[in-house]
Design a protein around this ligand. Structure first.
Ligand SMILES: NC(=O)CC[C@H](N)C(=O)O
Length: 222
């Protein structure tokens, strides 16, 4: 599988994502700077986590308006897999590629800890390596992870199986409505999630529960 990683000033999880994709797919992703207007021919585009533009204005708002994002939106429209993790999720919401918004954590504090996630829909390109309802460990590190959507949108995404991951076992770290931790687009090829699966892929990380997500994308066993 060929992948591209978008790089923006202020991101800090891009190297972790590159390492995870390289480790699991055996092919290093192509890195694409924010000012590019075209993307290479790839199967997967990833917007990694961090603090693009210092989180000024709103997390992800400035990044969403950079030239490369039009190319990302075009790939999404064509059905190419697009994944945004943490700041990447915020960018995808700001671009309108996913519904809802991420607000300041209910605690008004930055949270950096491990949570439990339920794989709410194991029938997506990103989650098929997990069992339906499986509980996995995953780290989080953010201050704007409080997912919100209006009642109508919430009903739709819940009804259509667009909730991919939910915080479980009372570990919701940010006040997200319905414990939502990650969602897919109605077309199923765009995933946004706050937790960081790229930081739990091998023994040195203290576990490998994130591995199956990447393996799902590659059509490989975890
Ligand atoms: N780790 C991240 O990507 C953090 C995202 C964003 N800067 C926040 O704190 O909410």
């Amino acid at each position: 599988m060929k992948s591209a990683i978008i790089q923006l000033p202020g991101l800090n999880r891009d190297r972790d994502m590159i390492a995870a994709l390289t480790r699991i797919s055996g092919i290093a992703p192509i890195t694409v700077w924010q000012t590019e207007t075209e993307l290479p021919d790839v199967d997967l585009v990833v917007i990694p986590g961090g603090f693009s533009y210092g989180d000024y204005l709103r997390c992800g708002a400035i990044a969403a308006r950079m030239p490369v994002m039009q190319a990302v939106a075009e790939k999404a429209r064509k059905g190419v897999l697009v994944m945004g993790v943490c700041n990447g999720f915020q960018v995808l919401l700001e671009m309108g590629l996913l519904p809802g918004a991420l607000m300041r954590n209910a605690s008004l504090k930055f949270v950096c800890r491990e949570v439990k996630l339920e794989v709410t829909n194991a029938n997506t390109a990103f989650t098929r390596g997990y069992a339906q309802g499986q509980i996995i460990r995953c780290p989080v590190a953010h201050h704007d992870g409080n997912y919100f959507a209006d009642d109508e949108t919430l009903k739709r995404i819940e009804g259509e199986g667009q909730v991919a991951f939910r915080y479980s076992e009372g570990t919701n770290p940010n006040g997200s409505v319905n414990d939502i931790a990650g969602i897919v687009s109605d077309s199923g090829n765009v995933l946004g999630m706050m937790p960081h699966p790229e930081n739990l892929i091998e023994a040195a990380h203290g576990g490998d529960d994130g591995r199956a997500l990447f393996a799902s994308l590659l059509g490989k066993a975890a």
